[in-house]
Design a protein around this ligand. Structure first.
Ligand code: NAP
Ligand code: ZN
Length: 351
């Protein structure tokens, strides 16, 4: 198979910094789109995977699943994309397309295993897939998204993961006008959660551990800010929330948030992919409350989210960094000090 060389940044072990690497990408087959990567967001999942927090990393890890780029070449079967188009690639680059999940547009739950953008088996070249911290990528056309041209391209990158991961639960649970919605954790996912819940007409409460983020939360669309460390404030909101979106990236005590839910209301977990502290059954039973989970979103839903963003002028609040600054950006994300998503300018890697 013909391949081309690309510059990339990756980590060789779980304790290593990201460093420059050279990788190969396949030349487009008949169903492929070849993309020159312009921007790539830094998701907290990139850090979890580089540091092997989920115990399934394969090295080198070349992270990045919030990719925005320009099409440079397409295969013979590709008619929806052509050279020069602005496109996005999110967390998946392939799936079986035949199982029940794929047929329901839930490729993220592909019963034969979706191919994730990095750290999945590479069915074309062997080895494992490499993500967007690189100058180019080749992707099956069904996993390439159209990006609304009216939006700032750099600030659309985080929509491909932080956007769809918060959009999907809000949409699945029909959040809208008249709902009181809590978003826990003001980082990359949380800030998109606020924007979407606000745009859908909900009354939005930012639930944060960082008093310094209160003003930003309101600017982003929160109607109220609740400090989760303030017990009295938490008590005053007991039993009042219709829906809570929890983006906290580590295992933690969710009982205080369950107390905030109304009867029959749901909290959806999207952050912690690890054991949570013990849940007191009483908190769920006394109120028929629910705790659920959600994983990114399917390709059709991702396109719907991007189109909604185009119509409502929604993008992420970003800080641009050069590829060479990614290690210090990682540190700031881990310290909950990101405002509110880092995006890598891939031009810095080409020079
Ligand atoms: P992020 O930018 O680091 O934001 C996380 C926020 O959570 C922090 O800014 C902080 O907000 C809060 N937080 C951090 N540590 C905390 C702690 N110990 N206790 C309470 N709050 C804490 O991360 P992200 O990129 O939004 O990602 C969030 C999580 O979602 C990550 O674990 C990521 O891997 C996961 N993720 C899941 C999916 C999915 O499909 N389910 C998709 C993408 C990412 P405050 O300062 O406001 O408290
Ligand atoms: Zn992500």
């Amino acid at each position: 198979m013909n391949t081309t060389q690309h510059k990339a940044y990756g980590a060789k072990t779980k304790d290593a910094n990201l460093e420059p690497m050279q990788i190969e990408r396949r030349e487009p087959g008949s169903d492929d789109v070849k993309i020159e990567i312009l921007y790539c967001g830094i998701c907290h999942s990139d850090i979890h995977q580089v540091r092997n927090d989920w115990k399934n990393s394969v090295y080198p890890v070349i992270p990045g699943h919030e990719i925005i780029g320009k099409v440079t070449n397409v295969g013979t079967n590709v008619s929806r994309f052509s050279e020069g188009d602005l496109v996005g690639v999110g967390c998946m680059v392939d799936s079986c397309q035949e199982c029940d999940s794929c047929k329901k547009d839930l490729e993220q739950f592909c019963e034969n295993g979706a191919t994730f953008t990095y750290n999945s088996e590479d069915k074309h070249l062997g080895g494992h897939t490499y993500g967007g911290y690189s100058t180019g990528v080749t992707v099956n056309q069904d996993f390439v998204l159209k990006v609304p041209e009216n939006l700032d391209a750099k600030a659309t990158a985080p929509l491909l993961c932080a956007g769809i991961t918060t959009w999907s639960p809000l949409s699945t649970w029909n959040v809208g006008k008249g709902d009181k919605v809590g978003v826990v954790g003001l980082g990359g996912l949380g800030h998109m959660g606020i924007k979407f819940a606000n745009a859908l007409g909900a009354y939005v409460v930012m639930i944060t551990t960082s008093p310094s983020k209160a003003e930003d939360a309101k600017r982003l669309g929160a109607h109220e800010v609740l400090l989760s460390t303030d017990e009295d404030a938490m008590k005053s909101h007991t039993g009042t929330f219709d829906f809570i979106l929890n983006t906290v990236p580590v295992g933690h005590d969710i009982n205080p948030y369950i107390n905030l839910l109304k009867i029959d209301a749901t909290m959806v977990m999207v952050g912690a992919v690890e054991p949570l502290e013990a849940v007191n059954g009483a908190g769920l039973i006394m109120g028929r409350k629910r705790v659920a989970g959600s994983l990114i979103g399917g390709i059709k839903e991702t396109q719907e989210m991007l189109d909604f963003c185009g119509e409502h002028n929604i993008v992420s609040d970003i800080e641009m960094v050069d590829m060479q600054e990614a290690n210090s950006a990682f540190e700031r994300v881990v310290n909950a000090d990101v405002k509110y998503r880092f995006v890598i300018d891939m031009a810095s890697l080409k020079n």
